[in-house]
Design a protein around this ligand. Structure first.
Ligand SMILES: [Zn+2]
Length: 471
């Protein structure tokens, strides 16, 4: 099965690169990834999949299906970009337009490789007359609205037996890191405008309310658990100092190790917002934008990925690619780059190539608590789900940076994407053909949930995510 999948991916590499590059060029933000979704759907249809669109009340969310009956092997793909991170595929900052979005998290590669894995598995099943269903989930707005959470709520994963995915990284490997549950909210404050010098007594400042809310949050911060996080930006604060702002907006991420702790934090945050409005005689409207649960790890799937990566071996880089990465490193803070290479040396003492990852990192010996959040987590609560990473960008550079965008639009990203497609396809074939392996993944899933059931972070009564980047 390994040969079959490897050969399939190699034969279809140009097509996969074409899809990845089209999504990279389109670089669309969450929930408006129309071109990216269309390119992906077209490709999947051309490969014999049927496509259901508009899943979870999101125009760009879709599920592509091939085959019938059990088991159902699913692949998660993403395709949203990040604001302001466009960059030409060159080793120095070269934005393609002012504030133009770019694939600074490599989701163009993520989607293309997951499609490659799904279609390779379909070809394998077809060639061997195997029973089962292959699904590709086109999941929008990972960066902003947590699209998968809305798809889970809509029941898109109810029939799935195993869900596989990956994420572009700077190294090849797997990790046993969970993620934090996250609530994303905007708070709109409404006051009364007035001339700030002429008749300020007639005004009520919405900006005052925003500032008091944030002050309250800073007092709250002392009393939250050390693994919880709260961060905010003021997205609207008025237009001129001589006008009392009648409108201001606060934008929040609230994170905790699980939904129970997050609930407790949310209640307090909401009280602070209301208190700030009361103190300033303004009005506040909290607006839910998205949420994600904490990730449920699955060792059976993670170890399967690790084994396959070790069998396949790392990407081989050309002298030009290594030179490109070296030049890119010179654009970033040297200390940061050295620090992250030092981290790698702790695992691989004789690491020689430090521009692009040329090894498969060993698996994590122990679990680590997560710091970030992902909507893969919500899928992991309803079906055994696992992920891995491959080297798609320069070692040591930060995620969500122009450097990730640049590498994702050229051969470095393409090569990492193709390795990921092979790994996903082979893992899919193993889970499709080995009921014992599927059972082991389910046993672990049940053990980890320990009787707990998934509770969606989406509040009651909301079915449609609001556009995250509205003006
Ligand atoms: Zn990402």
């Amino acid at each position: 099965m390994r040969d079959f999948v490897e050969t399939w991916v190699e034969r279809n590499r140009e097509e996969l690169i074409r899809v990845s590059d089209s999504v990279w060029e389109a670089a669309e933000l969450g929930l408006v990834e129309r071109k990216s979704a269309a390119v992906s759907q077209e490709y999947l249809r051309s490969q014999g999949f049927s496509v259901e669109t508009g899943v979870g009340n999101m125009e760009t969310a879709f599920v592509a299906t091939w085959g019938k009956g059990k088991p159902v092997i699913g692949f998660l793909g993403e395709f949203d970009a990040l604001p302001g991170l466009s960059n030409a595929p060159v080793p120095y900052p070269s934005p393609l337009g002012k504030n133009k979005p770019g694939h600074g998290c490599g989701h163009n590669l993520l989607g293309a490789a997951a499609m490659g894995g799904a279609i390779a598995l379909k070809a394998f099943a077809e060639a061997n007359g195997l029973e089962g269903t292959v699904k590709y989930y086109g999941t929008p707005a990972e960066e902003s609205s947590f699209g998968k959470t809305w798809m889970v709520k809509a029941g898109a994963f109810d029939d799935a037996d195993i869900v596989l995915t990956w994420h572009p990284g700077s190294t090849n490997g797997t990790d046993k890191t969970s993620s934090l549950a996250d609530l994303v909210y905007k708070f709109d404050f409404y006051g009364k405008t007035a001339h700030a010098a002429g008749d300020p007594w007639n005004g009520r400042s919405a900006l005052d309310a925003v500032e008091l809310m944030n002050d309250g949050i800073e007092r709250m911060r002392e009393h939250i658990r050390p693994d919880s996080r709260i961060h905010y930006v003021i997205t609207r604060g008025g237009g001129a100092p001589n006008v009392v702002p009648d409108y201001a907006q606060n934008f929040f991420d609230i994170r905790a190790k699980d939904m129970e702790e997050l609930d407790r934090m949310w209640q307090w945050v909401e009280q602070i917002a209301k208190g700030a409005a009361m103190m300033t005689q303004t009005r506040v409207e909290p607006r839910f934008l998205g949420g994600a649960a904490n990730l449920i790890l699955n060792d059976v799937i993670i170890d399967t990925f690790q084994e396959i990566l070790e069998e396949l071996g790392p990407v081989q880089w050309t002298a030009e690619e290594l030179e490109f990465a070296g030049k890119m490193q010179a654009q970033f803070d040297r200390h940061l780059i050295e620090q992250s290479i030092e981290q790698l040396r702790k695992q691989i003492p004789d690491l020689r190539e430090t521009r692009l990852c040329s090894v498969i990192m060993p698996g994590d010996p122990e679990e680590k608590p997560g710091r970030g959040s992902t909507d893969v987590a919500d899928v992991s609560w309803v079906v055994p789900t696992g992920q891995f990473r491959t080297a798609c960008y320069t070692l040591g550079i930060p995620g969500h940076s122009w450097g990730v965008t640049a590498c994702g639009g050229m051969s470095i990203g393409h090569k990492g994407m193709l390795l990921a497609a092979k790994t996903l396809g082979i893992a899919g074939a193993r889970f499709l053909t080995d009921p014992g392996l599927r059972q082991a993944a389910w046993d672990e899933f049940k053990k980890r949930l320990n009787g707990k059931t998934y509770r969606s972070p989406i509040p009651e009564g909301i079915d449609t995510p609001p556009l995250p980047f509205e003006e």
